[in-house]
Design a protein around this ligand. Structure first.
Ligand code: HEM
Length: 140
């Protein structure tokens, strides 16, 4: 498994493939996103960023699932449906600093732990996602 993980980045194997399952990573990503928003919806540590979201998280869940499927190297579901994600621009209405970034990552790490994703894979995924979350910062 470690060998395979090392191949991520040299584009021999994608996170999507490494997340496994009969249909590639689709089920894992779906479960990851469900857990992610369940944590955000219930853990007081994430209350500030939860408050940025709509009361009903159905659309947020669906969009993050579609985005992450493509972002991990699977089918480009989000792009096919909505076009270029323009993620940073889309997040400008929400004040995102270090605290908000860390709350987002906290939810994601909790979600990964709930899924028992292999430690080494989880760490690589977390590092990459941290890069995206940090890029979303739009205030000191
Ligand atoms: C860093 C802290 C972040 C905060 C506070 C945040 C917050 C939000 C909020 C409030 C929305 C709107 C949801 C709604 O409709 O109610 C949203 C949408 C979204 N976020 Fe984030 N987000 C963060 C980071 C990220 C990251 C790192 C990613 C991707 C890896 C991401 C992917 C998305 C996507 C795909 C959408 C849907 C965009 C659309 O409307 O089409 N977000 N986010």
């Amino acid at each position: 498994m470690i060998d395979k993980i090392e191949e991520v980045g040299s584009s021999k194997a994608t996170f999507f493939a490494l997340l496994g399952g009969e249909n590639g990573g689709v089920e894992t990503i779906r479960a990851l996103v469900e857990n992610f928003y369940d944590v955000m919806d219930s853990d007081p540590k994430a209350a500030p960023i939860r408050a940025y979201h709509s009361k009903d998280l159905t659309e947020a869940r669906e969009k993050l699932f579609m985005f992450l499927t493509g972002w991990t190297g699977g089918p480009q579901l989000y792009v096919e449906r909505y076009g270029h994600p323009r993620l940073r621009a889309r997040h400008l209405p929400f004040a995102i600093g270090e605290s908000e970034r860390d709350q987002w990552m906290y939810c994601m790490i909790q979600a990964m732990h709930r899924l028992n994703i292999e430690e080494a894979l989880m760490q690589k995924l977390a590092v990459q996602l941290y890069g995206v979350a940090d890029f979303m910062r739009n205030r000191e």
